[in-house]
Design a protein around this ligand. Structure first.
Ligand code: 2RA
Length: 353
């Protein structure tokens, strides 16, 4: 087969779907038709992609006729129902929900780390990792390939857009309420001012940090922490990797950050780690504290790479590295990685592979 494949974007009107259309418009135009799909409520709307207005179609079985690859960004229950329907009609589904990530018959793919995994997809579905995993895994994968990862300790600093539009609206509403005040000096003063409606967060997020992301799992762990652990193990092919994660929400609109303590098989040097990160595809090493240079979400937002800084060897363990990484949770953390996977699969159509 050697033709331009047809792509469907399912969930085209959402926050991540919108970024997918921007990325498709910026990347090399490898697709034939691009079909936009959303819930019946959004059908009939027109959205711009590749410089043209395209009408949004309602999700149905027929909408997948003639489609080769579909990128899904929909809630878990919608993905659980519709991804297998699309796959049964011959479509390769690239799904950005948590529905299939840990299914042993569904590869979990980061094109810079394990692109080969996308070739073997017994269910016709490829999963895109969670945005927090994606904020570090490209850098970590490059270091693992050289040094052999043995243990991972991660703390996240997650943007409110990870909780969707409601998360962004909540932060903006709370920031208006606390702006220009003397709040943050007495116990409970922020909480009293923002009120009981804390949106999708369990505590006020303005002038605060909230050590909780996701739902409660066994023994006090959160679902988000379990995702980072399980997904890192699967992507790196290290099912027994020791992982400890603490996920924290911070008053940042876009771009998740993480601090990482990574322990490797043998002694590591910062010089070699710098070489690896400086040349790793998808990574930008921005690390010169003497010159005041390290990445922050304010600068990483809207960009594609994983930004890495504060690279040090652990003071008390010559086999371990410490670093800070951040990446746009809506781009590499969602729309970009999903699009990269779809483009990888598109190559099978255009190269006859
Ligand atoms: C969050 N990572 O930031 C989640 C979204 N998948 O809430």
């Amino acid at each position: 087969m050697n033709r331009k494949p047809t792509l469907a974007v399912v969930g085209a009107t959402g926050a991540v779907g919108t970024v997918m259309l921007q990325i498709l418009s910026q990347h090399a135009d490898i697709w034939g038709e691009i079909r936009l799909v959303a819930s019946p409520r959004s059908a009939g709307r027109k959205l711009a992609v590749r410089g043209a207005e395209v009408e949004v179609l309602a999700l149905s079985e027929d909408v997948f006729d003639g489609v080769d690859v579909a990128m899904f960004d929909v809630p878990v229950d919608v993905a659980e129902q519709w991804a297998p329907i699309a796959a049964s009609r011959g479509v390769v589904v690239v799904d950005n929900s948590a529905a299939f990530r840990m299914d042993p018959d569904v590869p979990l793919v980061v094109p810079e780390v394990n692109p080969h995994a996308a070739r073997l997809r017994p269910r016709g579905i490829v999963a895109n990792p969670n945005c927090t995993t994606l904020s570090m895994i490209v850098a970590l994968g490059a270091l693992h390939a050289e040094f052999g990862l043995r243990e991972l300790i991660v703390s996240s600093y997650q943007a409110v857009s990870g909780a969707g539009k409601d998360g962004i609206d909540t932060l903006r509403r709370q920031l208006k309420l606390v702006a220009g005040s003397e709040l943050g000096t007495g116990p409970g003063d922020v909480r009293r001012t923002v009120g009981d409606d804390t949106g999708p967060f369990p505590e006020p997020v303005a002038l605060n940090v909230v050590p909780w992301v996701g739902a409660l799992r066994e023994d006090g762990w959160s679902s988000e922490e379990m995702k980072v652990r399980d997904e890192s193990r699967k992507i790196l092919g290290l099912p027994d990797l020791k992982v400890a994660v603490t996920c924290v929400r911070v008053p940042v609109v876009t771009t998740h950050s993480v601090t990482v303590h990574a322990r490797f098989e043998d002694e590591v040097t910062v010089a070699r780690a710098r070489e690896i990160l400086a040349t790793a595809p998808g990574v930008v090493l921005f690390d010169d504290p003497a010159a005041g240079e390290f990445p922050t979400p304010a600068d990483a937002t809207g960009t594609d790479p994983t930004w890495v800084g504060r690279l040090r060897r652990a003071l008390d363990d010559p086999t371990a590295l410490e670093f800070f990484a951040c990446g746009d949770n809506l781009r590499k953390g969602a729309a970009l990685n999903t699009t990269q996977i779809a483009e990888l699969i598109a190559g099978e159509f255009t190269s006859g592979g």
